[in-house]
Design a protein around this ligand. Sequence first.
Ligand code: SAM
Length: 277
Amino acid sequence: MEKSLKNLLREHGLVLKKAYGQNFLTDNLLLEEIVSKACVTKDDTVLEIGCGAGALTSVLSKKAKRVVGYEIDTRLKPVLNETLSDCDNVEIVFSDIMKQNLIDVEKKLGGEYIMVANLPYYITTPIIMRFIEEAKHLKAMVIMVQEEVAYRLSAKESTSDYGAITVGINLRGSAEVIIRVPRDKFTPPPNVDSAVVKIDIEKDKNSGVDFKRVRDLVRCAFSSRRKMLVNNIMSTYKMSRAEVEKALNESDISLTVRGENLSAEDYVRLVGNLPLI
Ligand code: SAM
């Protein structure tokens, strides 16, 4: 960014809002690294969530064919008009992304796209889950999240970080931590370190699967994390032990596992052998 962020905000009389997770990036090398590792090319349309003062948006604009950004805070309009004045392939929608219909968002994007976002932490999980479950044309998500969340998104089975959100991601692709970002890279610095995670979506992976049913099963499996899966299923699905054991056998799953031991594929097989709830 040409002007320092502090000068820019002072000139526009803007005080950043904690409630919107307004911790902005200013390090140009880091911004370039994020966009480079996102593998954005001139053929790509990018969805950015939370444009802030436009630091990431302007780097994306140079590499992408088109950028569509969503920003909740209309006070940033004059700031973005200034910082993105020479970016004619950028369109900013001043709106809460959580209140948008994903079908409308994807219509605006007009085809396949990559999400690149320094996400406000308070909506990290709902954003990821919503796009994982509902997006039809998403190729990849490259997102800045709290470091501990990054480890959960990319965790391996049978580790303490592995959880419902990991399974959700693995149903459609896979996640990898690509950059670690210390808190002092942000203005103002948040209380925790962050990391950038790349989630690659595999086209058509589990396309016929009812994600809601799998989500309910996964939620049940992790509801009492230390309990064996058999017991969690018995209480949620109102089944006898023998019925659950039959379903596990038919799904080729050991009777003594816990939720954290199963892969996304195991959950997909198992849900097919359980009743609707
Ligand atoms: N992209 C900028 C950067 O990297 O410096 C800003 C990132 S800042 C962590 C998050 C941004 O998301 C803020 O500008 C905030 O106003 C915006 N935001 C917060 N909640 C939002 C929502 N529900 N929909 C759209 N934008 C949101």
